[in-house]
Write a protein that binds this ligand. Structure first.
Ligand code: ADP
Ligand code: GLC
Length: 528
């Protein structure tokens, strides 16, 4: 019999995405279906998500395929900014739910302080459940903050309510719903395993999995909120939701879940150390037997250069010469001089995690080597300014687009020669995987999922024809410039460069392997 999983997350492509979390949650249902796992995705009822449900109901169609996409100032904690800003859904301010859909599956008259109801829809052909709670989610801005980039003050309550509802749904308290496994993603869902453990809606709770996509975002709040979470007093404890004297949402999930996963084997090891564990290393060490690293795949229905609708020229490993037309389009989009020299691209949140400060410093050296840079990103204001300044200083050689643009991110992978990813830490990273699939050679820091997915072009790997990119050790000016120099040297040898491109394109980063691993993890939990 199929295993039923409720996948609980604050983002899922194509409905809502501020980063890789959205990509992964959006891909999981299709990734797991071949292995006998039926995934239902559970999302907050942001205006965009409800609009998609309403449109589907009106047109009898499947969920929209356009992303609500914007990285915002701080990526995961980011806000929707720039073009595509959403209007909050109209409602009468009474906090009463109102919508143009059919009967809800369930109503909560008072879900931690506001009414809510459960709606049903579809996302990319799979089942979707949505928590419609206007008091929490009918707001202009992004998933986590207002249009100016400030986190909502009541995020603790918004995501506690979301987690409480998820626990009710998975645990069988809500009309007809019942799941074998609740799979929580990141801090926004972290309280769900804790609710199932400390306040289960039914005697037999489902198994729980907590996945860490990024341990830097922890959902840490003052102890005073505990009284409003509707958890029994005993949950405020070292082995419960208590975290350094306050309440920790990710901590609560890690403490309560039956299994913990993170998105690459190397990151699973790294977070055992204080440098990467960010305060949670002790807890993770004590639960180490339950921790595994399962690397993300890519959704080949969305990311395939031979079928990508956003490209001027589609291609595969046998027709790499067609990339030239895409390169011309990149030059045009980023106002770069036309030329045959290498174009490095960046598609990233502009933050410290991503090493963007070091990259900004390295731009003069990159230009000096005859290379060009096309950067697409948004994030910290001072980094945005640094890149704006660089574009002004090096017209024709440095092009910068600040903002979030899904189609442009595809074009950059298809038309640039290499993608720079100098992350200080990177749980998995998806842009290097897209680079590999698109023949856009990844130049990456040797950390987390970047270390696990790119084969460094040292002499032996080149001789064996297996190199797929370039890795460097520490995120410093010297090592990044060294990696850029190595890339430009390799690029100058066209035959060798194509060999690296082809090796990357031949690598399998589909979900096949990882889908199977999640399925066997669920099976082990259910057998235990
Ligand atoms: P993270 O989730 O830490 O930001 P990932 O590499 O896992 O890093 O995922 C980032 C995702 O967001 C990728 O799909 C990438 O293409 C996308 N992305 C990041 N910045 C932008 C941007 N400015 N415009 C379009 N897509 C972006
Ligand atoms: C997080 C990480 C990124 C990972 C993504 C999806 O945002 O920063 O490395 O790829 O989640 O798991």
């Amino acid at each position: 019999m199929a295993i039923s999983v409720l996948s609980v997350a604050s983002e899922a492509y194509p409905l809502v995405k501020t980063g890789g979390l959205g990509d992964v949650v959006g891909a999981l249902p299709a990734a797991l279906a071949p292995y006998g796992v039926e995934v239902t995705t559970f999302l907050p009822g942001y205006p965009r998500v409800l609009a998609a449900l309403e449109a589907d109901a009106a047109h009898g169609k499947r969920a929209r395929t356009r992303a609500w996409a914007n990285a915002g100032a701080q990526g995961h904690k980011g806000d929707e900014r720039g073009p595509g800003l959403l209007r909050a859904r109209e409602h009468d301010g009474s906090g009463e739910v109102s919508h143009g859909l059919g009967a809800p599956l369930h109503r909560w008259p008072d879900l931690l302080g506001a009414p809510a109801q459960l709606l049903e829809g579809e996302i990319a052909g799979h089942r979707l459940l949505v928590l419609d709670a206007p008091g929490y989610f009918a707001r202009e801005g992004g998933p986590y903050g207002d249009p100016a980039g400030r986190d909502w003050d009541d995020n603790w309550r918004r995501f506690a309510a979301f987690a409480r509802a998820a626990a009710d749904v998975a645990g069988g308290a809500v009309g007809g719903e019942r799941y074998d496994v609740l799979h929580a993603h990141d801090w926004q869902s972290g309280l769900a395993p804790a609710y199932l453990r400390f306040a289960p809606p039914a005697p037999e709770a489902p198994r729980t999995v907590m996945t860490i996509h990024n341990i830097a975002f922890q959902g840490r709040y003052d102890a005073s909120i505990f009284a409003s979470l509707a958890l029994p007093a005993l949950a405020f404890a070292v082995d419960g939701v208590e975290y350094y004297g306050g309440v920790g949402y990710l901590k609560a999930g890690l403490e309560s879940a039956d299994a913990i996963t993170t998105v690459s084997p190397t990151y699973a090891r790294e977070i055992l150390s204080p440098d990467f564990g960010m305060g949670l290393e002790g807890l993770i060490r004590t639960r180490q037997r339950r921790v595994s690293g399962i690397v993300n795949g890519i959704d080949t229905a969305v990311w395939s250069p031979s079928a990508d609708p956003s490209l001027p020229a589609r291609y595969d490993a046998a027709t790499l010469d067609r990339r030239a037309a895409n390169k011309r389009a990149v030059e045009k989009a980023f106002a770069l001089d036309v030329g045959d020299g290498p174009i490095f691209c960046v598609v990233s949140r502009l933050t410290w995690q991503k090493g963007m400060d070091v990259l900004a410093d390295a731009i003069p050296a990159l230009v000096e080597r005859g290379a060009r840079l096309a950067l697409l990103g948004s994030g910290d204001a001072w980094l945005e300014q640094a890149f704006r300044d660089a574009a002004e200083r090096f017209p024709g050689q440095v092009g910068v687009r600040l903002g979030y643009d899904e189609a442009l991110s595809h074009l950059l992978q298809a038309g640039s020669d290499a993608i720079l990813i100098p992350s200080r830490f990177e749980p998995c990273g998806l842009t290097q995987l897209y680079g590999l699939a698109y023949g856009c050679v990844p130049v990456v820091a040797r950390t987390g999922g970047l270390a696990d997915t790119v084969i460094h072009a040292n002499a032996a790997a080149l001789a064996a024809g297996v190199a797929t990119g370039i890795q460097f050790d520490t995120v410093t000016y010297e090592s990044l410039v060294g990696a850029i120099a190595l890339a430009t040297d390799l690029f100058a040898d066209a035959e060798r460069w194509e060999q690296i491109q082809r090796a990357g394109m031949a690598a399998d980063f589909s979900w096949a392997t990882s889908g199977r691993r999640y399925a066997s993890l669920y099976r082990e939990l259910l057998a235990a």
